[in-house]
Structures are given as C-alpha cells and as structure tokens.
Design a protein around this ligand. Structure first.
Ligand code: FES
Length: 185
C-alpha cells in the first residue's frame, strides 16, 4: 500500500516522530509564533492577529506534544543503541570520528528531550510536595536534573538540531565513499 514514489524504507517514519516532537515543542512554539505570526508580538508592535486567542481552533493539535514525547524517547533508545553498536565492526572493538559524532548526537538529543516541559511534568511537575514524607526521593533528583536541562532548553534545541543534520550528513559522506572515516580498525 506504500506509494512507490516515497522512499521504500520503514526508516522513513522515524523522522516523523522527531519532526512532530520539535514542531510542537513549547520553546519552538514561542519562537515561531513570535517570528512568523507576530502573536504575541513585541511591545508596541501591532501583531497580525487582532486579538490573541491562545492555542485554540487550528492550533489545538499542539496539545499532542505530551504524546510526541514518547516517540522521542523511543528514538533516543535507537540512537544510543546505534551509537554503541558503532564501536564494533565485525566483532572487533574500535573507535573513530563517526562513533564520537554519533554519541555526541545522542547526548545532545538526550539533553533536549529530558529538558522537555512534558517530561518534567511527567516525572514530578504535577506533585505538590517531593519531600513531605521526610526523604528526598529519586524522583525529586530526576526533577531537579530535568529542571537544570529545562533552563537550557533553547540551547539544547538548537545545538541538537544542527548536530542531527551534521551527523546525518557525515554518515552520508562516509557511506557514499566521499570521505573516509578516521578510525582504529
Ligand atoms: Fe521542548 Fe518538550 S518543550 S521538547
């Protein structure tokens, strides 16, 4: 049933998970609403919309962000698995520029994903008190870690985006034989 003019690989679906996650990200929403729709706009500048009506009507789909998080978490599993699998070629351990590139890609995307507002809410944002039972729970520590990443969410959003493109391009260059990966094999 898959149209013949589209790439014939299930891998085609994976970017859809990443794109849905980024498109509905709270940080990106703030950025592109302001940049493209001028809503809400900056001080004293008249916006395109007559009145700000929030994320209603057509933009209600943005609420799906909390569900796209699960797709992003699944992608992280694949990326870390691929990153570690890249250390083995023909059963022999080695290291190369490509392995470092892939691991850094997974690390930056991990920083971006675990700083997500939906993740932060999921692991503890909805609790009124973490320490009411007298102990600092592991959940509280996770929430603190997520809050730290959340503070830097914008930086992780952009660095990880550029890094994804660079990693894909690097792998393309190596697999097409355009460049050689420097490695220990
Ligand atoms: Fe940005 Fe969830 S808020 S990824």
């Amino acid at each position: 049933w898959w149209p013949p003019f589209l790439p014939q690989s299930p891998a085609f679906f994976l970017p859809c998970l990443a794109i849905a996650f980024r498109l509905t990200c709270y940080y990106y929403r703030g950025a592109y609403y302001k940049s493209f729709f001028q809503s809400p706009t900056s001080c004293a500048v008249r916006g395109l919309a007559r009145s700000y009506r929030g994320e209603t009507a057509l933009v209600l789909f943005q609420n799906l962000h909390r569900y796209t998080l699960y797709g992003a978490l699944l992608l992280l599993v694949f990326l870390w698995w691929e990153g570690f699998a890249a250390f083995f070629r023909g059963g022999r351990f080695g290291i190369g520029v490509g392995t470092v590139v892939m691991l850094m890609n997974a690390a930056l995307l991990t920083g971006y994903t675990f700083g997500c507002h939906s993740w932060r809410h999921l692991i503890g944002g909805r609790l009124d008190c973490f320490t009411c039972d007298g102990a600092v729970s592991p959940r509280f520590r996770m929430w603190k870690g997520s809050s730290w990443l959340n503070d830097r969410h914008m930086a992780f959003a952009w660095f990880s985006l550029v890094r994804v493109a660079f990693t894909d391009f690097y792998i393309y260059l190596v697999s097409s034989g355009t460049i050689r990966d420097l490695n220990t094999w």
